[in-house]
Design a protein around this ligand. Sequence first.
Ligand code: ADP
Length: 654
Amino acid sequence: MIKSLLVANRGEIACRIFRTARRMGARTVAVYSDADANARHVRAADEAWRLGPAAARDSYLNVAAVLEAARASGAEAIHPGYGFLAENAQFAAACRNADLTFVGPPPESIHAMGSKILAKLRMAAAGVPVLPGYAGEQQELAHLEAEARRLGLPLIIKPAAGGGGKGMQIVRKPAELAPALAAARRLAESAFGDGALLLERYLPAPRHVEVQVFADAHGNRIHLGERDCSIQRRHQKLIEEAPAPEVPAEVRERLRAAALVVAREIGYVGAGTVEFLFDHGEFFFMEMNTRLQVEHTVTEAVTGLDLVEWQLRVAAGETLPLAQHEIRFAGHAIEARVCAEDPARGFLPSAGRLALLEWPQSESVRVDAGFGTGDTVPDSYDSLLGKVIAAGRTREEAAARLARALDETYCAGIATNERWLARILRAPVFLEARHNIALLDEHLADFAGPAAVPPEAAILAALALHADAPAAPASPWELRDGFTPNLVTPIVYTFSVRGERVVVELEYAEGRPTGATVRGHERQSLAGVAWQPDGVAAQLGGERRFARCLSVDAHLYLWLAQEQFDFVLDDPRTHEFTATAAVGGLTTPLPGVVVAVPVAVGARVSAGDVLMVIEAMKMEHAITAPHAGTVKTLHFARGDRVPEGSELLELTPE
Ligand code: ADP
């Protein structure tokens, strides 16, 4: 058995691996970058070793530093988690050379899948169905363009060395082809150090179905069923489930068999996932991920197994704990990825301190989290905060439980996506399993939630703020300005919320709130206001309502009826308003690194032209011209780091 384990990763996956390692009696070793010195995964381990500065290439991707930490700590084995070094064949080989057990497949298997091009050619040769495309050695852009013309549109361009949906481009119109190839090449080079691209026919509305496989070093190979990961935004999985719904039994068997062929072809050992696109009853091999996946939890829920335990056993040279016929599948499980990104601002990643992050605690719900209240989300890594997984006897039951669990997830201080995920889980298109990978990109607006702010929410926000007034808790009214006994005295609060200006007038009589009017709405009577440690309750009209609240600086975060609101007090001393209004201009909405500046000083541009591309939290964000004009000055160049809110360039209007 492995006695000491270093996890070369961070966030939820490091915490999750430590949990199993600990249960199995292993000593746990964390590594961290300067941005993560106080992170949860550092606290979760028995000991922790510094790798280097925040940038991933100086820390979590720094092979020498990771190996040195293993040596210094005396760790016997390294688990790479997912991302970072997980699919780096050189790293796996370096571990082997340093006499460390790499918890993953042999370097040769990683290498065989490291290039989507080589993997596709090889699997096609082994008889696994693949989509038509170009997977060739000739990589000059002109040649790719010619191949693309031959293939026809729509098509998808993928970095051969890519992962995580990064850098992929879909081409629907001939005019988009050349720029898309150039952009894909640039991203492939900067992100993966390899510009090779794969072209493939683009299926407009398939589902993503993948098979979990497991193999040991003694020639045993089994599958643990399939997962559906079709709820994606820009090719990033957001909601995953097991089993995959609506796959005919006969297709399911062929799919599982094909996955085992893939694993056999490359001499696979350990946990792996073979990904397919499923379309009109047919499936096509996409790639194999030679590691544990984010969504392994739903497989664990329906099989009752601990995949990390299996990984550690297989890495220690044991045989697979169970044979294929001993694997039982029961019920349904769904996972949602809670990410630090803002659905209201085009899913821009958000970073900073979590004033609150409270995870749900309910039966049949599992939470794998890397962050909690008080933690800081750095801007250097991906945006996953944690995963909420719900199990049920049926798909409907699991979906309902998960939606409810997301309602009971409370996050404030930075923007997160859990309310939006809950809306998807309640949407008929998902519940009836009519979804596919294009759903979110094509119907994003359907899940935006109500635009209007319910007057009740605004009234409760005003009441909650009132509790914050520096007054004796027993009678918070007595010290308020403008309070006159026996007189109805309105106090006015102006908020900015969801891009709206909302004015609330609270009326008081004899020191108690008796009524409230949100401008533009009818007056509501108020009674029985009660301030609780986590919110405020009141009788509004006839009904008694409770809103969970948290006030942080000028923000009053409020949760009511499955929705979260961020009320910003319109105080002229805080300039939150203008800060938000600047988004979409020539300032960067988030801190990051300039990865491209396609224009030069003096260039004439039209509205919508890309002026600069910023990369932050593993995503590219294009800064486009708000109007036609001439580029006057560029304040940053390629490679520069830009702090949030920086003005990037000046554009003289036409
Ligand atoms: P990565 O390794 O970057 O995750 P994949 O090849 O696994 O890249 O593809 C990721 C996602 O991109 C898939 O889940 C799917 O949504 C989409 N995708 C990939 N290939 C195609 C295709 N040929 N047609 C339509 N969508 C595709």
